[in-house]
Design a protein around this ligand. Structure first.
Ligand code: SAM
Length: 279
């Protein structure tokens, strides 16, 4: 176990800075302050970071940390912080680590006893979820489905039983394919497409997956999030399926206790019943 006090003066610290998902006014005064005080701004795309900072008259030394060099770049940033430099990290939009680089960096920082803190901002999926009109109490953020249809179908079938609202990111050139795969894999559920969030052309399209499949693709430009209602069918689940589902979550890295909790919530089955099946 490690406890880590972000603002203890003796501790080394890196800030993960959320950047606007569209509207630049969402780059907060605190983000501007922290970035202005940094010696080095590490970024997923240094050109984008340069342009964003230029809008706020900030000029900084930039360092590239992207998906393809994340591990080595993270080690380099650790050495800079250990040498006394103030470093922040930002991805292209929203939060680092959410369908963006950041996870390996955080692991490297923790391994080296460097504190990690965040400068808040928006994340596209939170904006989309809360305004979608679909259940917000329990949700499952999936991010991008595979670009390969067969893999995407399997991913969707693994999500089918979940009672929670499902959230996906998708690129515009794959949006119609993904609507079709979701409808085929999940049935005709309620859904919402949220696009161009916080920008001039922001739009929410609320309906069913079948209706979303009928939209004229030409009208679907820009960045988008798909929100789909969770499974609300009455299902009779076989014991073998329950065991397989627990195994699926433990293979993903959950402890057995957590996997049982998730499956119990998902299938609305008593935890003790699942435990009896397993032990
Ligand atoms: N880190 C980001 C976050 O916290 O939301 C996500 C980055 S991911 C590479 C980019 C995807 O996020 C886009 O393909 C889209 O699905 C979603 N996205 C980002 N900005 C958006 C916006 N303004 N409106 C709708 N979706 C957006």
């Amino acid at each position: 176990m490690k406890r880590s006090k972000s603002y203890d003066k003796n501790n080394l610290l890196l800030y993960l800075v959320a950047t606007p998902i569209g509207n630049l006014k969402e780059f907060s005064p605190r983000a501007i302050e922290v970035v202005s005080e940094a010696d080095i701004v590490a970024a997923e795309d240094t050109r984008n970071a340069h342009d964003l900072l230029a809008r706020f008259n900030i000029k900084k030394e930039l360092y590239s940390l992207r998906e393809h060099n994340e591990k080595e770049a993270s080690k380099h940033l650790v050495s800079l912080i250990q040498a006394g430099k103030k470093v922040v990290y930002m991805s292209d939009a929203g939060y680092p680590g959410i369908s963006d680089p950041g996870y390996l960096l955080v692991q490297e920082l923790i391994a080296n006893d460097i504190c990690v803190s965040t400068i808040s901002g928006s994340s596209a999926f939170i904006n989309a979820l809360v305004a979608s009109g679909l259940e917000t109490k329990h949700f499952f953020f999936y991010g991008f489905l595979s670009a390969k249809d067969n893999e995407a179908k399997e991913e969707i079938s693994n999500l089918k039983a979940l009672r929670n609202t499902l959230i996906f990111y998708e690129a515009p050139h794959r949006i119609m394919r993904t609507f079709a795969l979701l409808k085929e894999g999940l049935g005709n559920r309620k859904a919402c497409l949220a696009r161009e969030l916080t920008k001039l052309n922001e739009e929410y399209i609320r309906g069913t997956l079948e209706e979303l499949c009928e939209i004229d693709e030409e009208t679907l430009k820009g960045e988008m999030v798909i929100i789909v209602e969770g499974n609300n069918e009455e299902v009779l689940i076989k014991d073998e399926e329950i065991k397989a589902r627990v195994a699926y979550f433990t293979n993903l890295g959950l402890s057995q206790k957590d996997a049982i909790n998730v499956v119990s919530e998902e299938f609305k089955i008593n935890k003790n019943y699942i435990k009896k099946l397993l032990f």
